[in-house]
Design a protein around this ligand. Structure first.
Ligand code: TYM
Length: 333
């Protein structure tokens, strides 16, 4: 049976190596498999759960679409669209929010992290954000959802919500219970400055991440300044225990060069981090720079990007519009 792949990325600027290795690189592999029907969404409704600048948001929506295309997603095969163009997402989110118990949402760790100490001031949208995510996925009968490790809990919630809806309305298998596609390794890329913190667009230090728009010199400088420890590189994975920065840099190297951690450890075991850093900076520039160049070229062609997004939205609308109609009928509207 062919797979239906759905995933989303927020247009909040600074797309980085974590987004690429944890998600977008896998989108491209899935797009390249002829059997798959892939739908990739620029989740702009999710972005406004925290305050956005109007003009920047518009540019970031286009830049995220450009990043998908520049990374290798083929728009003649996969659907690329932005969420706010397809009404069913918000409507589905409301319906599902009436099915999901608050207790389930209260367990979401990402809300706790993002809301910080002053939870009272966080938007209600940020709190119910995982339900919008469930709506995104379930409206397309997605069978598989490729994401980084940080989205695992949200996908478990999506599965629970689908099952509860089917049970509450006695409509077995109406909402398809999706499988997460989270790579066993390298699905959590950490900050270059702190191996215990996730690489993130909201980290105030730009040195903590490689942005997909960084120049070769910026990549070189950031890798040079990346935190390491003072021991040589081991040749066995077990010896990486309690060495988060070492683990992260070796993981990034393995992932970007499509090799296993064992192969990387064979290559670098016994050497110093300075050796790894030289080669890591080089391979990162070689892989990222063509994408950066293409993103810049595409973002200069706003008309083209708007056309791709509009065409994508029209195809997405056909699928999601039909599903929401059926959903409303099942509810009794
Ligand atoms: P977002 O926009 O924060 O991140 C987009 C994708 O990048 C992955 N990612 C990472 N992977 C590895 N290491 C990191 N440091 C790292 N940082 C980010 C994320 O796991 C994600 O796959 N809620 C989602 C967007 C979303 C979505 C959806 C995803 C909305 N609806 C439906 C899948 C299906 C989010 O905020 O991702």
């Amino acid at each position: 049976m062919s797979k239906i792949i759905f995933s989303g990325v927020q247009p909040t600027g600074n797309l980085h190596l974590g987004n690429y290795l944890g998600a977008i690189k896998n989108f491209v592999e899935l797009n390249n498999d002829k059997e798959n029907q892939c739908i990739f969404c620029v989740v702009d409704l999710h972005a406004i759960t925290v305050k956005q600048d109007k003009d920047e948001l518009k540019n970031n929506i286009r830049e995220t679409a450009a990043t998908f295309i520049a990374s290798g997603i083929d728009t003649s095969k996969s659907i690329i669209f932005n969420q706010s163009e397809v009404h069913a997402h918000a409507e589905g989110s409301w319906i599902l929010s009436c099915m999901a118990p608050m207790g389930w949402l209260n367990r979401m760790t990402q809300f706790k992290e993002k809301a910080g100490k002053d939870k009272e001031k966080a938007s209600v949208g940020l709190y119910i954000y995982p339900i919008l995510m469930a709506s995104d996925i379930l409206l397309y009968d997605a069978t598989h959802v490729p994401v980084g490790e940080d989205q695992k809990q949200h996908l478990e919630l999506t599965r629970d919500i689908a099952q509860k809806f089917n049970k509450d309305f006695n409509c077995e298998n109406f909402l398809k219970v999706p499988e997460p596609l989270i790579k066993k390794k390298f699905s959590r890329i950490m900050s270059l400055k702190d191996g215990l913190k996730k690489m993130s667009k909201s980290d105030p230090s730009d040195l903590s991440r490689i942005n997909l728009t960084d120049s070769k010199d910026e990549i070189l400088n950031k890798i040079k300044k990346a935190k390491t420890d003072s021991y040589p590189i081991p040749n066995e994975e077990i010896k990486l225990k309690d060495r988060p920065e070492a683990q992260n840099l070796l993981g990034i190297y393995s992932s970007i060069s499509n090799q296993t951690l064992d192969e990387t450890l064979n290559e670098f075991g016994g050497k110093n981090f300075s050796d790894l850093k030289v080669q890591l900076a080089e391979i990162l520039s070689n892989k990222i720079s063509p994408i950066t160049k293409e993103i810049k070229k595409l973002t200069n062609d706003k008309e083209y990007l708007d056309k791709i997004l509009l065409e994508g939205a029209s195809k997405a609308e056909e699928i999601a519009g039909q599903k929401i109609k059926e959903m409303k009928k099942i509810i009794g509207f």
